[in-house]
Design a protein around this ligand. Structure first.
Ligand SMILES: *Cc1c(COP(=O)(O)O)cnc(C)c1O
Length: 832
């Protein structure tokens, strides 16, 4: 698209037009993710905690020359760049995408609903790829920004589009409708969960229906009562123009429908679904038994029928549906490597997303990509792999290992870049045979392969052999929680993120990488070693250490870690070392004791502190802070007020005497939700980021971040009267089925959970712990739970069994459960 087209589509004011002839291919909203700068349009979006305008300089430095903005900028700083100015850059992005979409006239399928959007989209892609050249939303791009970015991906060779659209606030679906303008609609279902910003279910449904303002056919399940009523009403009252009616394609298990489902039978691992459509009996079999997947598959079936696919073809393809793993996995590999496993799909967009994530892995400067032939249709191989090679080159990849005949044929595209090491294999098996000859050491390895290349075989060889109990940490959920808290803060208030105690048990650099990428202002650890580990992993954000040992001050200085100073003794020993290192203005943080009575200066010690600091410029006070003892509870609000009063008084006294103006900070997570009047210059966010709101004000907006899983090692059928475990505590009152699982108190699973207090989830059902918890194992009563086998996964905690429930069993708080999970439990990380 040329500048003039962009201007036309967005009605922007052209501030300077140095680059009239640049043809824009790519839309960028994040200056950290620039790949093809010379054909990119950078759109500066003002978000709630970041303003894209602040990154114009960065994007310009990386070569971008065309910008869409909504604020004044200093044009003189950017020679030879063009700026298009609008009132609202998100609206302009939507207009741009709508303009682009209107150039094409092939059918577009629009999917909305509470659950299943991404699975239905990905399955339709699997089911229809043989017949159509499909463009679809990457991952779950369904927001106000995600939808237009997805639509921008439409190219001339496509002939079917499949896009999803979601909403978080009233009014949004109207915007997405203008961009997508779907011909066929799917409304998957409507969840029960209360959603912020909506009065009730009806309102939420009606809002989503706005996506189908012009749609010709709408597919949905009639058995969702409220959904059905709303849609029927919508079709009659809103879409009542006889020239452009909305045709309803319904399915139902209970009553007459376009596709009438007669039976769903689950056998072993498949479901057989029988139905009639246009007076003919039809059957499909899908390799899933889960209720939600069955619903998703039936939605897809409706689309295939609507597109008039042959029954035999439908049956064949349904049988081969495969699971959609929508997440990148971060695993610990052998020889100090990190493995990013992404075998979700293999096209250019998803490669780019995976490369961005690879780039965030600061712990390894060296990066390797193992890539299979890609299933990108419509582009000649040569052009495709030249684009891939270009992308790999721009991301500073150290080495690429290419697998597959198409890549093999296009070696030259990669060899062109002299510094990039490239190795080629015709098949995965060929690589597996030679794998022992390739050295992988201290690097991040991205495994990006199409499913048919079976990259899981490579992953198995590279992965560290692990204990069967794993803690899966969802990085996207941490990011979400962080932003929920940041949204509460007024502009200008900084965030210090607490990553002490191994980030409350969830990980070290893995979490810090994410927080640094999110632009956090400060990171905080408890001990020097934790800080050094982060620095060694490439974390460059400022780090405060809360309990620095005097013996380690020299290490702190060499690793640029900033101490919390809480006593005259600690200050004196720090200054001694800082002077010996000839440091000047080394940043330190002064902790005041305002009533918590843990660490910190008391009022009567301030004069001595001032005297010590006045005579010395080896250090500089960059912040003054204190900690609240009862920020979570209304009972203590009076005490909190007193603490704040002391904090004001003491910090002012220090500031005046030393003539300094450092950052002031007082509140932790509960303080953020309960005491907006006490934000000062910065807040310290801990447990909230990890999914718990101790003040119980915003718990429903937070996401669970961790799932602790183990496996079944053995199953026994035992008669009544037998006992299970040490001291014969688990007495069987009936004949029972007992499963031994691989987790015990040495993993941090409390002994208190034993003897009927706690349970785990086996096949989604609660199974009580029988007998005492042992060191490495414990036993579950699985009587009555069907289809359980040795090796099956068991959920210790997660979405359906929250950590707070375990905390209640042990009469403690979630902090203790999380931080107790021992280091031998391997952490794996997922990114949605
Ligand atoms: C741990 C800690 C925090 C964070 O507390 P949360 O309740 O986890 O938010 C804040 N400040 C200090 C001094 C801490 O030790």
């Amino acid at each position: 698209m040329l500048l003039s087209d962009i201007q036309k589509a967005t009605k922007a004011e052209l501030i300077s037009e140095e680059t009239k002839t640049i043809e824009i291919d790519e839309l960028l909203i994040d200056s950290r993710k620039i790949a093809n700068a010379d054909t990119a349009l950078f759109i500066a979006i003002r978000g709630s905690h970041r303003d894209g305008h602040q990154f114009i300089a960065d994007a310009y430095k990386k070569g971008v020359r065309v910008f869409l903005i909504s604020e004044k900028i200093e044009q003189g700083l950017y020679p030879y760049a063009s700026f298009l100015k609008v009132n609202d850059t998100v609206a302009a992005l939507q207009q741009l995408a709508a303009y682009h979409r209107n150039q094409y006239h092939f059918p577009i399928i629009g999917i909305t609903g509470s659950n299943g959007k991404t699975i239905v989209k990905e399955w339709l892609f699997q089911l229809l790829s043989a017949d159509y050249k499909i463009v679809r939303s990457p991952k779950s791009y369904n927001s106000q920004i995600g939808v237009p970015l997805s639509v921008w991906g439409i190219e001339a060779h496509h002939n079917l589009g499949i896009f999803e659209a979601g909403i978080s606030q009233p009014g949004e679906m109207n915007n997405s409708e203008k961009v997508l303008h779907p011909d066929i609609g799917i409304f998957t279902n409507i969840g029960e969960a209360h959603s912020e910003g909506f009065m009730n279910q009806r309102q939420k449904i009606n809002e989503k229906l706005a996506l189908f303002r012009q749609t010709k056919e709408l597919i949905y399940c009639k058995d969702h009562h409220e959904l059905n009523e709303s849609i029927v009403q919508y079709a009659h009252q809103v879409r009542n123009n006889p020239d452009n009616p909305l045709k309803l394609f319904t399915w139902s298990q209970k009553s007459d429908a376009t596709l009438r489902i007669h039976s769903i039978e689950r056998e072993n691992n498949v479901s057989v679904i029988k139905a009639s459509y246009e007076d003919k009996e039809r059957t499909i079999t899908i390799p899933f038994i889960d209720h939600a997947y069955i619903e998703d598959a039936i939605h897809c079936w409706c689309v295939l029928l609507l597109l008039k696919l042959d029954d035999a073809v439908i049956a064949e393809r349904m049988l081969h549906l495969h699971a959609v793993a929508m997440r990148l996995q971060l695993l610990h590999g052998m020889d100090n490597c990190t493995i990013i496993n992404d075998t979700y799909n293999s096209d250019l967009t998803s490669l780019q997303i995976a490369l961005d994530f690879l780039e965030q892995q600061r712990q390894h400067p060296r990066k390797t990509v193992i890539l299979s032939d890609m299933l990108q249709m419509g582009k000649p191989d040569r052009d495709l792999y030249e684009e891939v090679a270009d992308l790999i080159h721009q991301k500073n990849i150290y080495r690429i290992i290419c697998i597959g005949p198409a890549l093999y044929k296009n070696k030259e595209a990669f060899r062109k870049y002299k510094k990039l090491r490239s190795i080629f294999f015709k098949s995965t098996d060929e690589l597996l045979k030679k794998l022992h000859m390739i050295t992988f050491e201290n690097e991040a390895i991205l495994l990006k392969g199409a499913r048919s290349f079976r990259f899981e075989k490579i992953e198995k060889l590279l992965e560290q052999k692990i204990h069967k109990t794993v803690l899966e940490i969802n990085l996207t959920a941490i990011q979400h929680n962080l932003n929920v808290y940041r949204d509460l803060l007024p502009k200008g208030v900084k965030t210090m993120a607490m990553v002490k105690a191994y980030s409350y048990g969830s990980g070290s650099y893995e979490i810090a990488n994410l927080l640094q990428f999110e632009g956090i202002d400060y990171l905080t650890v408890a001990y020097v070693d934790e800080g050094v580990a982060l620095r060694k992993a490439g974390i460059t954000a400022p780090i405060m250490v809360m309990s620095p040992e005097a013996a380690a001050f020299d290490r702190m200085i060499s690793w640029k870690l900033e101490p919390e100073i809480f006593s005259i003794d600690s200050l004196q020993s720090f200054l001694k070392i800082a002077n010996a290192f000839n440091e000047q203005h080394y940043p330190i943080h002064i902790k005041l004791d305002t009533g918590m009575h843990r660490l910190g200066f008391m009022k009567h010690e301030l004069d001595a502190l001032i005297a010590e600091l006045k005579n010395n410029n080896a250090s500089k006070v960059v912040s003054i802070f204190s900690h609240l003892a009862g920020s979570d509870a209304a009972d203590f609000d009076g005490f909190t007020e007193e603490q704040a009063m002391h904090f004001n008084e003491m910090s002012k006294y220090l500031k005046d005497a030393l003539e300094i103006n450092p950052l002031l900070h007082l509140v932790n997570s509960s303080g953020i939700t309960r005491h907006p009047e006490l934000y000062y210059d910065m807040v310290r966010l801990g447990i909230g980021m990890y999914g718990f709101d101790g003040s119980n004000k915003i718990q429903s907006q937070l996401r669970h971040i961790g799932t602790l899983k183990t496996t079944i090692a053995q199953i026994k059928e035992l008669p009544k009267g037998e006992t299970v475990g040490y001291s014969r505590k688990g007495i069987l009152k009936h004949e029972s089925k007992i499963a031994t699982v691989s987790i015990g108190y040495a993993d941090g699973y409390f002994r208190d959970f034993g003897n009927g207090i706690g349970h785990m989830l086996v096949n989604g059902q609660p199974a009580k712990i029988i007998g005492s918890v042992c060191m490495d194992m414990c036993m579950l009563d699985i009587s009555g739970i069907e289809n359980v086998k040795v090796g099956d996964e068991v959920i210790v905690f997660g979405n359906d069994l929250p950590v707070s429930t375990l905390a209640d069993w042990a009469k403690t708080i979630p902090y203790e459960i999380l931080t107790s999970i021992s280091q031998r439990v391997n952490r794996i990380y997922v990114n949605e």
